[in-house]
Structure formats: C-alpha cells, structure tokens
Design a protein around this ligand. Sequence first.
Ligand code: 3PG
Length: 402
Amino acid sequence: FLRMSELNLTDKVVLIREDLNVPIKDGKVTSDARLQASLPTIKMALEKGAAVIVCSHLGRPTEGNPEAVYSLAPVAEYLTEKLSSQLSTPVRLNSDYLTQGANVKSGEVVLLENVRFNDGEKKNDATLAKKYADLCDVFVMDAFGTAHRAQASTEGVTQAMRQADKTVCAGPLLAAELDALSLALETPAQPMLAIVGGSKVSTKLEVLHSLAEVCTQIIVGGGIANTFLAAQGHSVGASLYEADLLDTARDIMTKTEILLPEYVVVADKNDIDFADFTGSLQKATATIKSVDAIGDNDMILDIAPESAKRLADAIINAKTILWNGPVGVFEVDAFGQGTQILATAVRDSDGFSIAGGGDTLAAIDKYQVADGVSYMSTGGGAFLEFVEGKVLPAVAALQIDA
Ligand code: 3PG
C-alpha cells in the first residue's frame, strides 16, 4: 500500500483516522499511549504543509449515553498542548462537520467530534463514508487499533475515496505496527505464552481458540478466567462470567494449557456500586480466597499474589510472550497486585514480549515496566485479530490496488 511518508501533501486537506480511544476520567486523559503514538503522524502531515483533519471514535456511545462522557474535547486539549510548538491556533474540536464542513487551513489541525455520534458509523453506511471523503483530498488510515472494524470512518471512507478517485494511504503508525508485528510473529520462538485478561469476555474467548494453536500456555485473567474456572466446575459466586461459553472454554482447555489461579482476590458484591465501579472498590474490602471457597456474594477481581507468583515463573521461562489485558481491576491497588506481579515478570523475562491494548499499556505505565517490553502495540482487539492471522478490513481496503 501507499504510505503517507511518500506523498507530497503541500496545501492538501488531509483526513487522518487515528485511534484516539483513550481512557478519560473527570475530563482528563488518564493513559496517553495511543495519543503519543499518533503525534508523529500529525506532526509529519503538518511538516508536509497539509491542512490536517483528525478523526476517531471514543468508547461505545449508545442511545441514552450522555454525549459529554464520550466527547473528544479532552483529547483536543491534549493535542493542543502537545502540538503547541507547531501550531499557531489551538486544535479545534468540530461537531458540525457533516453539515458545515471541516474548515481547516494549511498548518491547522481540526479534530472531528467522536465519529460514533454519527448514525451509520458502526454500520459502515456508504452515505456517511462519502461525507467523510468529501471533507478531504487525501485519506490517511493510521488507526491500527480500529483496523479490525469495517466502519464508515475506517473501511467505508477508504472505499468512498477510491470511488471519487482520491488518494488513500497508510499512516506511519499503522505501517510501523504492521511491520513490527509481522516480523515478530512470523516464526515466534517457543515456548510461546499468552496472557489474556480484561472484561471483553466473549470477544476474547474466540481469540483464545487461535492462540491455543500457537501457545504452549495461556494465562487468563478477569472475566475470562472466571468463565474457565466455572467450566472446571468451580462456583464463581457473583463474578462476571459467561455461562453460555463454558463448552467453548472446555474445548480450548483440550488444545493448550490454561493457567488458572488457585487463589483469587474477591470483594462482596454488596459493597460495589456498579455506577461507580472503581470508586466503590477503593472502599471495598479485598479478601483472598481459594477458588474452591467462593461465596454467592463474592466477586473475583484479581489473582492473589501467591498464585500470581506461580504464573510469573511460567512467564520468566517463555521465549515469546504476548500480553493483552490486565488480570484484575488494577486501577484500584487492592485489586492490582496480580497484574503488577505478572507485569514485572514480563519485564524481567528474556523472552521477546509483545503487549497490546489500552488497559495493558495503562498497566505497563502504572507499574513502570515499559523498558522491559520488547514491543508495545496500540491495538487491543485489532492486535489480537492480527495475531490470529485474520485480515483487518481497513488494512485490506488500503491494499486493493497496491
Ligand atoms: C479498542 O480500544 O480496541 C479500539 O479502539 C476499538 O474499539 P471498539 O472495540 O469499541 O471498536
């Protein structure tokens, strides 16, 4: 595919699709890894003399969600600060671009408000995709983290640009991710171990199937571990798990060794306010329990240190480590020790380690282990699908006439 670095962008209006889907709390970005990773692309476009429009989704807004929660306004502020040496005006957040256009001049950066506020974005609506294409002369796909989604601002706009005979290309971040991951995964050194945690349970169980083919061992955490524990016949009390995926979990366990904790950290569900999950956990009591002694009101929220240390030994011995997702609610220290112990083992291992996903990067940041991680990807789901060998639709669209 064509790369942005090869193009002359003088006085061109360039629309860059980034993945700026970052955690935000009280109006402030709490983990900026994805934003940092997008800055060189935006700077390069400015240096090339372009008028720059940046777009992204943020979260998964649905009807009834207050738009303020999913506004990219904090990201616009962040970009303004980081690009101040190159910009004479602040990065403008534009909410009415579909009706009024982007109104951007060379040397300026406009950030389009969350594309998922637009009807048809997630359905990859062709009319919406054409409206995005109408905004620019050149479309740059740089959102590796969203390349697995065929949506109007990723795959759809690429097609619309082609139909209008306009240029589409890969941004430097997308190109770097594809180059690095292909290189690392072509022939992974064995034994290969994966750590798969987080709360997007159903999506990751599918991915585990594929990882089971290449990994000798898989450490699971979060809601996924609970589903595996339940599949083994343990009661998981009030924990998050998926009853309809127990057979899938059992099937995966026949293909590879799934490493599960014997001891976990639980909180009483009555102490948890689901509207303020992490806030309420700050005050909840963390209790270590055997997985054979989980009570009806117990919610499993972390791997206990004694079990995490056993899992850490497996990490130290692996030659390739793939990490996606924390194994507990690491944002709250009482439920973060499992993730911390595993993160430290990833850092200390001599194996080649690849980490991906917003929460994973936030954990790497929190426990300051980045210097020991061989490659950090900005992708979460996209990273896992790439690892599986799946074709990422937004990348495939770029490659059509490569
Ligand atoms: C991610 O965080 O994995 C990407 O930004 C994609 O988000 P999505 O899963 O809501 O499409």
